[in-house]
Design a protein around this ligand. Structure first.
Ligand code: NAD
Length: 260
């Protein structure tokens, strides 16, 4: 399994899980476009990865909810590297509230980044993948693609939706050599999760320690956080798998928090 010379786009890759996936791909010899709202950070991450090699990276500006920006970003990658072999739709946010207090604007914002983002980036990348007759699309799901937690109505809804979208792409894309899969991580200590710890403590009226031990890690087999490296390894597997036998799947990497 090899990614040498492959052209990859990872959204939301300026930091966190996406940055580690980009690193793993560059270590595997790939060319990676780090597509993020935050262009300066995307470029800084890209420089770091290119210096590390053996692959290379470039930072591109992309708001995944803006169709023109998505199309322009994908066009920039095709212009630079000729193909789009792998798309990782990873950009995401978290907003927690009880459903009865969930501001409608926050609901729409979260669904848009996760679902419109996956739709628009897939649509743009697939048009190029059809020309190549090959491509691998990976969505960043979550244990919340399969499980629910209080306060996370928007996130759970969006993450469940990604599994449906990946299954449709598997069926529509098959005739064009495209496969689609979903990674479903447990809690990973990135800024997205660090931010939630005090927020959930406040919403639930418990200590931050209790949020970590009794909410985030209570269902795991070993009370361990999943790491960015764990998730990047699964993203490598889905990207580099040598055939389209592996399609329409969702793989949970969560220290046993959720078991199929
Ligand atoms: P993070 O907050 O560390 O990074 C998210 C990145 O996405 C940032 O660089 C941000 O600038 C970018 N981004 C946000 N909105 C964007 C937009 N509209 N267009 C382009 N880029 C945008 O988050 P993370 O923890 O690395 O999460 C990455 C993905 O993994 C998300 O989809 C998240 O839901 C998922 N996930 C995270 C965890 C976890 O525990 N951290 C667990 C399961 C799934």
């Amino acid at each position: 399994m090899d990614l040498t010379g492959k052209s990859c786009i990872v959204t939301g890759a300026a930091r966190g899980i996406g940055a580690e996936i980009a690193k793993r791909y560059v270590q595997g010899g790939a060319k990676v476009a780090i597509a993020d709202l935050d262009l300066a950070s995307a470029q800084a991450t890209a420089k770091e990865l290119t210096d590390m090699g053996p692959g290379e990276a470039m930072g591109i500006a992309m708001n995944v909810t803006d169709e023109e920006a998505v199309n322009a970003g994908v066009a920039e990658v095709v212009e630079a590297w000729g193909t789009v072999d792998v798309l990782v739709s990873n950009a995401g946010i978290q907003i927690v509230h009880e459903l009865v207090d969930f501001p409608y604007d926050d609901w729409k914002k979260l669904l848009s980044i996760h679902l419109d983002g996956a739709f628009l980036t897939s649509k743009a990348a697939m048009k190029q993948m059809y020309k190549q007759n090959s491509g691998s699309i990976i969505f960043m799901g979550s244990v919340h693609s399969k499980e629910a937690s209080p306060l996370k109505s928007a996130y759970v809804t969006a993450k469940h939706g990604l599994i449906g979208l990946a299954k449709v792409i598997s069926k529509e894309g098959a005739a064009h050599g495209i496969r689609a899969n979903v990674i479903c991580p447990g809690f990973v200590k990135t800024p997205l999760v660090e931010k939630q710890i005090p927020e959930q403590a406040k919403e639930l009226g418990i200590s931050e320690e209790d949020v970590v031990n009794n909410i985030m890690l209570s269902g795991t087999v070993d009370k361990e956080f999943t790491t960015v490296e764990d998730v990047a390894e699964v993203a490598y597997l889905f990207a580099a798998f040598p055939s389209n036998a592996l399609t329409g799947q969702s793989l949970v990497v969560s220290h046993g928090w959720f078991m199929n």
